[in-house]
Design a protein around this ligand. Structure first.
Ligand code: TYM
Length: 384
């Protein structure tokens, strides 16, 4: 058991962070650090998670440094002894506990994880160039079918439906085993440090529930409290001052969440976007033709998303509700985002590689000790 209760989160170093990542995970962490003295805070880099889907490995090391630079520029203090910042790959216990937990996890349990289903069937995410080429063929095919006479078109559409079905299955078949079992690694990340609170966005809720399940299962099998079970998810939201998980939507396609791996970056505000680029993305955000601003995700997802972003950046949604000018709402959101990004980019310039390396090195020694101690407890009841 650690001396202090632990709050822990991690963000993948794939692609750049976007504002959803910031509000969903980094800000609740930084706010808690500023608010609470008697906790330990682990903000780590889950670099072993980075290649569950294909990436360019020549860029991974730089992405990890870039991510830590963002952590600091976004408010992570570098001289607070309650804070640990470490790379998962430098703490071997993560991999070892993952194997152990995977032997106590049902295949069906993993198969039900929605992130696997989503990612495994997103062709460009999983199978890369191979299926992208097929996509290109698919587009040509759709064009040809559209030009056929009615009878032939119906028949061709049926064939195409079969093809798409098969293609989707192919996506699942080719997805890596790492992508399939990655929630187990995430559970190990959390359980090794006895973390009680884990600030994450709504898309990670299912993984948190799984972490609680596997911890309880393991403890009850061996009749000992080997792992600290993280608090129930609702209690976690409350702790971070909310009644539900956060889900910022894509500006261009507000039915979908803002995502690092979106097909197009038109609707994603990356933290590396120039203020002008971000302004353009906001001013061209998809809205609706109802002509009145209301908080209603079902019928006005675009406008509601803008209101949500406005609120998160400290603006006042009340000033815009029932108004008819979408443009002025967009301008205000853009103004706040531009200020935020300009500030962030200036802060980034002041952070040195030496500072980052020093911080990682110190934290990794301490994290290794804590993680190893939990792993040893698990190994001992396993008879290892
Ligand atoms: P990742 O890197 O995909 O996302 C990082 C964090 O950002 C949140 N997030 C969002 N929040 C609100 N709106 C959005 N549109 C949005 N998009 C992403 C995510 O919920 C997440 O909190 N598996 C994790 C990384 C991880 C982890 C862990 C987290 C690995 N081990 C242990 C916590 C504890 C992931 O892929 O997050």
């Amino acid at each position: 058991m650690n001396d202090k209760p632990v709050i822990l989160t991690g963000l993948r170093a794939n692609n750049d962070l976007h504002i959803g990542n910031y509000f969903g995970a980094v800000l609740p962490m930084v706010d808690s650090i500023n608010r609470l003295d008697n906790y330990q805070f682990n903000l780590f880099v889950p670099d072993l998670h980075s290649f569950t889907t294909p990436i360019d490995h020549t860029k991974l090391k730089a992405s990890v440094y870039d991510l830590v630079t963002n952590y600091i520029a976004l408010g992570l203090p570098i001289d607070n002894s309650n804070v640990l910042v470490y790379r998962q790959s430098r703490i071997p216990a993560h991999s070892e506990l993952t194997w152990i937990l995977s032997c106590f996890t049902g295949f069906g349990e993993m198969r039900r994880m929605t992130q696997f289903k989503d990612k495994a069937t997103t062709t460009n995410d999983v199978v890369g160039a191979d299926l992208l080429a097929r996509d290109h063929n698919l587009r040509n095919l759709i064009q040809i079918i559209a030009e056929l006479g009615e009878d032939q078109r119906l028949q061709a559409e049926q064939t195409l439906r079969g093809f798409i079905h098969q293609n989707t299955l192919l996506g699942v078949d080719k997805a890596s085993v790492g992508l399939f079992s990655y929630p187990i690694l995430m559970a190990a990340d959390i359980l090794l440090y006895d973390a009680q609170y884990v600030p994450v966005g709504e898309d990670q809720t299912q993984h948190l529930e799984f972490t609680r399940d596997i911890a309880e299962r393991f403890n009850s099998k061996f009749n000992q409290e080997i792992f600290v079970v993280p608090k129930p998810v609702r209690q976690q939201y409350k702790f971070f001052g909310s009644d539900q998980g956060l889900r910022i939507r894509d500006l261009a396609n507000p039915k979908k969440k803002m995502s690092k791996s979106a097909d197009s970056d038109k609707g994603v505000i990356f933290l590396s976007d120039s203020p002008e680029r971000a302004r353009k993305k906001i001013m061209s955000a998809t809205t609706d033709s109802l002509g009145i601003i209301n908080y209603d995700y079902e019928h006005q997802p675009g406008v509601t998303n803008l209101l949500e972003i406005l609120k998160l950046f400290g603006g006042e949604p009340k000033d815009y509700i029932n108004k008819t000018e979408y443009g002025s709402l967009k301008s205000r959101v853009a103004e706040l985002v531009v200020d935020f990004l300009s500030n962030l980019h200036n802060k980034r310039l002041q952070i040195t590689t030496e500072e980052i390396e020093h911080m990682l090195c110190e934290s990794e020694n301490q994290a290794n000790e804590q993680a190893q101690s939990t792993l040893n407890k698990a190994k001992s009841v396993l008879g290892l």
